[in-house]
Write a protein that binds this ligand. Sequence first.
Ligand SMILES: Cc1ncc(COP(=O)(O)O)c(C=O)c1O
Length: 408
Amino acid sequence: MNAPDRLAATGSPPSAEPHVMQTYGRLPIALSHGRGCWVWDTDGKKYLDGLAGIAVNTLGHGHPKLVPALHDQVAKLIHSSNYYLVPLQEQLAARLCALSGLKNVFFCNSGLEANEAALKVARKYGHDKGIERPEIIVYEAAFHGRSIATLSATGNPKVQAGFGPLVEGFVRVPLNDVAAIENVARSHPNVVAVFLEVIQGEGGIRPTTIEYLKEARRICDERGWLLMLDEVQCGMGRTGKWFAHQWAGIRPDVMPLAKGLGSGVPIGALVCGPRAADVFGPGNHGTTFGGNPLAMRAGVETLRIMEEEGLLANAAEVGAFLKQGLERELAGVAGVVEVRGQGLILGIELDRACGALLGRAAAAGLMISVTAERVVRLLPALILSRDEAAQIVAILCPLIKEFLSEPA
Ligand SMILES: Cc1ncc(COP(=O)(O)O)c(C=O)c1O
């Protein structure tokens, strides 16, 4: 469907040229409102939301505790400025430090901003040690964002194409290969940090093993490097613990967060442990919007409601039920490579590109995503019920089977 047709389908005059820059291949669906794990489009069609705005709507839509709290905050103060104290920043930072065991937090507005801040921390950490050209270990198939520095750290040539020259100072290794980091350690004396996603999200729901995380922690400690874990997609309770690395019993030195932290209100956070906490001083980093009262309130309330409603346990339990359902229905189906992931971050890898499933699922009343071309991805709200999980399985698996039965 071309752009004018798309606009026609979403209610704009058919002849109008789009004024929104066409950087996304969008489905011709406009959502008007939501409740829990359900959303409705402008034609009144109802969808089960298996995507939650790409791991953002932690509490689903229109949560009865979050909405009044945000109303209250909007009426009191939306934005002030980092020229002044923002008490809600201290409140949210204290909670994040208590949950992670880390020391302090810089607030920003998105995942790439949190990662950009992490990269700056790593470089300055190096400079402070007298390393003039610090290097950072990054990963094949990683995704860290679309600013020039974060797309340079990203391990996807499609994201980088057309944007060279890329930022220097990255050394790339394969995931879950301890010998590869040790080789880099021997050959690159300027390495200062290891930067990875605990579960690669855009890369196709590819988990880092617990053993690898422990080894990465050990190597970073031995070498005085920073272990920087990008939990923008896999963090915030999605795996059943507050942060995905907690399954390995380790702590990072630097942890970028975003997406689910504000349950829909834009927010980013860089959480730092003792080794990284004092790297930035006044004047080293900043952002106009970062840490504004509305975003901070969204974060504080999201964490509070997650605790009150036991959403970590729900993510673990309903996620396991959903995964089992997918595995059961797709067992032995030719073309299904693997069902992967933990809690409510799940991927179904097929043996072929499956972008077409996005539109077919929407037509059947289910929101999903397809990433890394061949992986159907599910990132529903952490309030998902067993019944809703069963409905995802019941809608999605027949679609996948039908798709795979067609000539490739
Ligand atoms: C692991 C990870 N890091 C960073 C980002 C970038 O976040 P944002 O889109 O908020 O800039 C994403 C987005 O998908 C992500 O999955």
